[in-house]
Design a protein around this ligand. Structure first.
Ligand code: CP
Ligand code: NVA
Length: 315
């Protein structure tokens, strides 16, 4: 299947880098790749290709789904902990990007400052994929929306509720609302909302597309969740914020997705969480393990969607 792609290198640093039609094409390809994998069909579209995976933070899902995804497509993935390569000893990102580009066909990076990804992308001559920065996690949200659509059909026009930190995951949902035209209501404690620039970007994009979709910033979880088709949340303490635990636990104490909160959503609403989850903090065990939760499908779909992304960027 041909996914439209302008000539030259493309990167996926955030959902600003991918258009709505491209996302639909990626989802169509992910559906094919998922079906092929389930039926045992071998799809070696990336035979001989290599992906370098740089991790400055821990990972279970992202690492395994990219590594296995590359293997299933006939390619190879290199796990590079930043501690074990010269980056950890201060080699400039720009040098690392240029050297890796001589060896590999794509570079995936999990990092802290989003500007690190921008620098990598500027200097790499191969595609760079954001595998989570402090600002965005585009692969996660593509997998989440793919999962929603598998269960409930098109997300355009639906209401998605975000409960909690206006972080990398929430900000990716904001860009997605602009790209795919759904209504996003976010409830975050004061001082923990999303970056106003991200919201402004999304609002401009939505206006340019004739007002499809919306982003509403709220304080109270119940206001956001009311009549939602999908309820989603994330940890109170993201990677790198461990020292803020006490302050964050206090600020987020009323931002737990529990059964009472889920009752405010539509009866057919789904629950999602990018994982890892902290039962008893941002979500109760009852919701996470309950009938509305699709978190395991969501985790699995990381691999199928990322395989489509890898083919698109590196094929
Ligand atoms: N959701 C997610 O990115 O999980 P990992 O941190 O385990 O990769
Ligand atoms: N917001 C979380 C997401 C983990 C996948 C973090 O950045 O740690």
């Amino acid at each position: 299947m041909n996914i439209p792609r302008p000539p030259g290198k493309r990167d996926l640093l955030s959902l600003a880098d991918v258009q709505g039609e491209e996302i639909h094409a990626l989802f169509a390809r992910a559906t094919q790749l998922k079906a092929a994998q389930k039926s045992g069909e071998v799809v070696h579209t990336l035979k001989g290709r290599t992906l370098a995976m740089i991790f400055e933070k821990p990972s279970t899902r992202t690492r395994v789904s990219f590594e296995v995804g590359m293997y299933q497509l006939g390619g190879h993935a290199l796990f590079l902990s930043s501690k074990d390569i010269q980056l950890g000893r201060g080699e400039p990102l720009s040098d690392c990007a240029r050297v890796l580009s001589r060896f590999v066909d794509g570079i995936m990076v999990r990092t802290f400052a989003h500007s690190n990804l921008v620098t990598m992308a500027q200097h790499a001559t191969v595609p760079v994929i954001n595998a989570l920065s402090d600002d965005f996690h585009p692969c996660q949200i593509l997998a989440d929306i793919f999962t929603y659509q598998e269960h409930r059909g098109p997300i355009a026009g639906r209401k998605v509720a975000w409960v909690g930190d206006g972080n990398n995951i929430a900000q990716s949902w904001i860009l997605a609302a602009a790209r795919l035209g759904f209504h996003l209501a976010l409830a975050s404690p004061a001082s923990y909302g999303p970056d106003p620039q991200v919201v402004e970007w999304a609002e401009k994009e939505m206006a340019a597309q004739g007002g499809r979709g919306s982003v509403t910033l709220l304080r109270h979880p119940r206001d956001a969740v009311k009549d939602a088709d999908l309820v989603t949340t994330d940890v109170w303490i993201s990677m790198g914020q461990e020292k803020e635990r006490k302050r964050r636990c206090r600020a987020f104490a009323n931002y737990c997705v529990d059964t009472a909160l889920m009752r405010e959503a539509r009866p057919e609403a789904l629950f999602m969480h990018c994982l890892p989850a902290h039962r008893g903090e941002e979500v109760t065990a009852e919701v996470l393990e309950g009938p509305q939760s699709v978190v395991w499908d969501e985790a699995e779909n990381r691999m199928h969607v990322q395989k489509a992304i890898l083919e698109w960027l590196m094929g």
